[in-house]
Design a protein around this ligand. Structure first.
Ligand SMILES: Nc1nc2c(ncn2[C@@H]2O[C@H](COP(=O)(O)OP(=O)(O)OP(=O)(O)O)[C@@H](O)[C@H]2O)c(=O)[nH]1
Ligand SMILES: [Mg+2]
Length: 229
């Protein structure tokens, strides 16, 4: 057995040995996901499906003002993990709220409406925002309103072209309908799986016994410092 090291935040920590990975935590690993995308694409509808599985087809347009967050647990291959979803209005992208919204995000769910091409073509700007403000966050693409049809529809070819332009930037792509509740839960479960797999991958790179938080680099690792001249 190696040494046990303390970290600044005692709420969540892992002990890892070569053969045994034991979670000793007051709660499961918690991954922050931010909703991004133009106003009206259904971010708050996704948020409400996530939070309490409800949907309202509002006729009067009410944009989200300020920030909202909600957490939910998922079981990934026998391990409990938690996702915390953050929502804000599409109009508030460039506002003062921006930096705290992006800070510490493990992932961004980039949303567009499949019935409105303009909400799709603008996504590269959101990718820039995410890369600049939420360093290391994984980016997932979500086409909402899959129940709708129209002339201004985002086509499969549009999506293929976008995927090609993005290279390796996208960690997952989904098509959902909040109205029909199709694909929403599966999307979050898949995101939880990808995020947790990534965090475990980072941990298993460690050779010695270490205590780290999933998804974080070992900044407090004394053994690494000693190796340095
Ligand atoms: N038909 C259909 N309508 C949807 C769906 N999801 C959301 N809507 C409707 O689209 C409208 C806008 O949804 P919101 O969730 O408020 O959009 P938003 O992205 O949060 O908008 P902002 O807060 O302004 O950025 C609402 O009237 C919703 O009822 C869907 O899957 N299908
Ligand atoms: Mg909203």
């Amino acid at each position: 057995m190696g040494k046990l090291k303390m970290i600044a935040d005692p709420k969540l920590y892992y002990i890892e040995t070569g053969v045994l990975r034991l979670t000793m935590a007051t709660g499961p690993p918690n991954y922050k996901i931010i909703l991004c995308g133009e106003y009206g694409v259904g971010k708050s509808s996704i948020f409400r499906r996530f939070m309490n599985d409800t949907f309202t087809l509002e006729t009067s347009k009410k944009s989200t003002i300020g920030l909202d967050q909600s957490s939910r647990g998922f079981n990934i291959n026998g391990t409990d993990v938690k996702l915390t979803l953050w929502d804000t209005g599409g109009m508030e992208r460039m506002s003062f709220i921006g930096s705290s919204y992006y800070r510490g995000a493990h992932a961004a769910l980039l949303c567009y409406s499949v019935k409105n091409k303009e909400t799709f073509t603008i996504l590269s700007q959101y990718i820039l925002d995410i890369v600049m403000n939420a360093e290391g966050a994984k980016i997932f693409l979500c086409g909402n309103m899959a129940d709708c049809e129209g002339e201004n529809q985002v086509t499969d070819i549009d999506i293929e072209n976008f995927e090609r332009e993005c290279g390796d930037v996208l960690s997952g792509m989904y098509k959902i309908s909040c109205k029909d509740n199709s694909g929403v839960f599966d999307m979050f479960k898949d995101m939880a799986r990808v995020l947790h797999q990534e965090a475990l991958g980072k941990m298993t790179l460690r050779r010695e016994l270490n205590v780290i938080r999933p998804g974080e680099s070992p900044e407090n690792d004394e053994s690494q410092k000693k190796k340095c001249c």
